[in-house]
Ligand binder design. Structure first.
Ligand SMILES: N[C@@H](CCC(=O)N[C@@H](CS)C(=O)NCC(=O)O)C(=O)O
Length: 205
């Protein structure tokens, strides 16, 4: 039997969590390795791109979260078979990656520098991407990003919406998404209530 291991940080979000949920939805047993940031620092040079997630299939490492979402999404029935719907699914996932990249550029900043960078982000890329994702959701019919059903794109966007609304990002207003993209708030509730998502969190509790 093929063995699967996912190594990511110990929190329910980011690039790793959609992969965990999809693996669980696929009924694929996997070793869920969760690292603290100090633990990652010690082993980052041993990862292919000095980053997580790292997925291992029979011990062979594979990286890149969206590629992994597609691969496992296919196993779980969470990736569209139709090429156009697959394109829509990929587009939303890549937009989340770009948004994460812009937010990531403010990590490590402190004090006034952090404040200025985050405020610039809120007035710029963050608003652009939240509005853009909102428009993609609208194009998909308002409930899902692609294929009129749950796909890995919904899982990936859920992580981003949850993060932005959590208040965890200093100087990013918690209600930014609520104000400019209420359909993403409804989307968060819909995806969090999906039986496959609920089943993952039930399995963890
Ligand atoms: N393109 C990669 C990016 C991976 C990435 O940047 N991961 C972050 C965590 S979500 C990381 O490990 N960063 C390394 C660091 O901050 O040192 C992917 O999509 O998997």
């Amino acid at each position: 039997m093929t063995s699967y291991t996912l190594t990511y940080f110990d929190f329910a979000g980011g690039r790793g969590e959609p992969i965990r949920i999809a693996l669980h939805a696929a009924g694929v047993p996997f070793e869920d390795i969760r690292l603290s940031f100090p633990e990652f620092s010690k082993m980052r040079q041993d990862t292919p791109f000095n980053a997580l997630p790292v997925f291992e299939i029979d011990g062979a490492a594979v990286t890149q979260s969206n590629a992994l979402c597609r691969y496992i999404g296919k196993m779980a029935g969470l990736y569209p078979a139709d090429d156009l719907q697959a394109l829509y699914c990929d587009e939303a996932m890549d937009a989340v990656e770009d948004l994460g990249h812009h937010i990531g550029q403010t990590f490590g900043l402190e004090g006034d520098e952090l404040k200025a960078a985050r405020e610039k982000l809120v007035d710029g890329w963050l608003t652009t991407f939240v509005k853009g994702l909102s428009a993609l959701l609208q194009r998909g019919g308002g409930r899902y990003f692609a294929d009129n059903r749950l796909t890995v794109a919904d899982l990936k966007v859920l992580m981003q919406t949850r993060w932005l609304r959590s208040g965890a990002l200093d100087y990013v207003p918690k209600d930014l998404v609520d104000k400019i993209a209420p359909n993403l708030v409804e989307h968060q509730a819909l995806i969090e209530a999906d039986p496959r998502v609920v089943a993952w969190y039930t399995s963890r509790s």
